[in-house]
Design a protein around this ligand. Structure first.
Ligand SMILES: NC(=O)c1ccc[n+]([C@@H]2O[C@H](COP(=O)([O-])OP(=O)(O)OC[C@H]3O[C@@H](n4cnc5c(N)ncnc54)[C@H](OP(=O)(O)O)[C@@H]3O)[C@@H](O)[C@H]2O)c1
Length: 327
């Protein structure tokens, strides 16, 4: 038996992706073979597809850090043939061939049942980006935020940012978007952002150790100077979740936001979070945090991946991209 996948190969240091027919893997004890209906495009997939070091373990390889579908073969009592399941993170799309193939073979500990309130398409409209937004929001709510001030979301038009903005708005916060896109105000208002700050303007005047407070908490998806500026403007006892590095992996701050305002900087690693937490977050995404992402999700086929990967690498992606298998 064979399956169809977007396969990354390396030749003389150049990485390229194309559609290949691969041999179907046979699940070992405690593994399941999943017939994938949808995957989604995440920033990490683009890094993997373009050969950025430290992402995929080796090449040739099938990216795709998330997938939803139906169990086709089970070597565990935990899941039966026909069960609808979601797999995200751990080593999927990193060292185990991922969701850009229409079959994946994974340990049963990596999967959760698809909540009954979510369709396959809806689950991947969130994908890892949405799960990460949910992890960020849970962490800041658990730690504490000041609800009299807006929540800030950076990289707000991107995958993680747009879902975070939508959920925060849905649960009653005023959301301030920090964005590099000057012509997407309509999109940002539609997803629930009340205030929009242009990235360049936000950084004008540089980063001070402490600045006038503007945010009760927030989700930073970009890192670098933007994270430093957000920290300097976060109010007493507010919390900022830090999950991304598209603007830079390092940032310069001071101890003052921490020792004079008692703020918290919360690190998020959704890929390696426990399967119990993932199950809880997927249920929330299907229930009280449920968003209609259909207007901000583009559906593509495997043969459209090259151009979408280029777009996400350039920071030009808007909302979410899902990959539909089987056509
Ligand atoms: N820690 C985790 O568990 C986890 C999980 C998922 C993703 N991530 C990370 O989160 C980040 C965002 O992922 P994503 O899937 O949302 O990617 P995405 O869809 O490409 O969104 C990133 C957004 O960041 C903004 N941006 C792009 N380049 C920038 C730059 N040079 N400076 C400042 N902002 C820039 C853009 O939004 P605007 O134009 O609106 O500013 C862009 O749309 C990535 O670093 C990814 O690796 C981490």
């Amino acid at each position: 038996m064979e399956y169809r996948a977007y396969y990354i190969e390396e030749k003389d240091g150049v990485f390229s992706g194309s559609i290949k027919i691969l041999d179907t893997p046979e699940p070992n004890d405690n593994e399941v073979l999943i017939s994938v209906s949808y995957s989604s495009l995440n920033f990490k997939d683009a890094l993997c597809a373009t050969g950025v070091k430290g992402v995929a373990a080796s090449y040739p390889f099938v990216p795709g850090i998330d997938a939803v579908g139906t169990v086709a073969k089970s070597k565990t009592d935990a899941f039966a043939e026909g069960d609808k399941v979601i797999c995200s993170g751990y080593k999927l799309g990193m060292s185990v061939n991922g969701g850009f193939g229409n079959l994946i073979c994974v340990p049963s500990e990596w999967i959760v049942p698809l909540p009954k309130t979510l369709s396959d398409f809806e689950a991947m409209s969130y994908g890892v980006a949405g799960l990460t937004s949910a992890a960020c929001i849970k962490s800041i709510l658990d730690k504490g935020v000041i609800d009299s001030l807006p929540m800030v979301v950076s990289g707000a038009t991107g995958g993680v940012g747009s879902v975070a903005a939508g959920i925060l708005s849905k649960i009653g916060f005023s959301v301030t978007a920090v964005t590099g896109k000057s012509n997407e105000d309509k999109f940002l208002h539609q997803i629930g952002c009340e205030n929009i700050i242009n990235r360049e303007e936000f950084l004008e005047g540089g980063v001070k150790p402490l600045d006038k407070t503007a945010f009760g908490g927030g989700v930073d998806t970009v890192g670098g100077d933007i994270l430093a500026k957000i920290l300097s403007q976060t109010a007493q006892k507010g919390s900022i979740a830090c999950c991304g590095n598209v603007a830079g992996a390092s940032f310069q701050s001071s101890v003052f936001p921490f020792i004079l305002r008692g703020i918290s900087l919360l690190g998020i690693d959704s890929a390696e979070s426990s399967i119990e937490l993932k199950k809880h977050l997927w249920e929330k995404l299907g229930d009280e945090w449920k968003l209609d992402l259909s207007e901000q999700t583009k559906t593509i086929q495997l043969d459209q991946l090259n151009s979408e990967i280029e777009k996400i690498i350039k920071g030009l992606q808007l909302g979410r991209v899902v990959i539909k298998h089987g056509e």
